[in-house]
Design a protein around this ligand. Structure first.
Ligand code: IMP
Ligand code: MG
Length: 195
């Protein structure tokens, strides 16, 4: 028997989606992942003496992108995950807390960081800086989506799947209130404050 709590979560999740608008369908999402995979394959397949990169997924948003992208990468790599969360004022970058740090030694390595979305860019700017401080040779950022926020970001992605409008989205690993990370397509939800 489901609890009344799980029933209300189902109701809230359904309501959120029925008010949302699909902005990229599943085929467009898969095309975007193919594009990123192709670019990474080009870079890491052909380069003479290419690095054995450490691929770090930023959990949990990157889970779907990581899973689907990894199966398309045709070069030797090592995979692990990191977990960072950002607290506090959006305007001031907030405070970033590392819940899971990289476990492999990053010294001297090429690190490819995978994340779901670059929004203000504070999270990935911090992650990149930290990995370089830890001795990584090079840090490449591959994001499934880059949100067009109309402002300069502290970091630019090296690889981008889709450019999204400045809306709050769910699907393909991205959630609102924990809901709908599991969707294969991208939906913009209604928000009171825009953005
Ligand atoms: P940033 O530091 O503003 O770039 O924060 C990026 C993180 O915020 C992403 O990894 C997501 O976890 C989350 N995020 C930003 N925009 C959205 C969105 O539209 N939907 C869901 N999560 C988002
Ligand atoms: Mg995230």
């Amino acid at each position: 028997m489901p609890s009344s709590d799980s029933l209300s979560h189902r109701t809230k999740a359904q309501a959120l989606l029925s008010d949302a608008e699909q902005i990229f369908d599943a085929a467009a999402v898969q095309q975007a992942v193919d594009k990123v995979a192709q670019q990474l394959n080009q870079r890491f397949n052909q380069e003479a003496g290419a690095a054995f990169p450490l691929v770090l997924g930023v959990m949990g948003g990157a889970v779907v992108f990581c899973g689907q992208l990894l199966t398309r990468l045709k070069f030797p790599l090592e995979f692990d995950y990191i977990h960072v969360t950002r607290y506090g004022s959006k305007d001031h970058g907030g405070k970033i807390e590392w819940k899971v740090e990289p476990r492999a030694d990053v010294r001297g390595r090429t690190v490819i960081v995978l994340d779901d979305i670059l929004d203000e860019g504070e999270t990935l700017a911090h992650v990149k800086e930290r990995l370089l401080e830890m001795g990584a040779d090079e840090v490449l950022l591959a994001v499934f989506a880059d949100k067009d926020i109309g402002k300069t970001k502290p970091v630019a992605p090296d690889y981008t799947g889709l450019v999204l409008p400045n809306k709050f989205v769910v699907g393909y690993g991205m959630d609102a209130y924990g809901y709908w990370r599991n969707l294969p397509d991208i939906w913009a939800i209604k928000t009171t404050s825009g953005g």
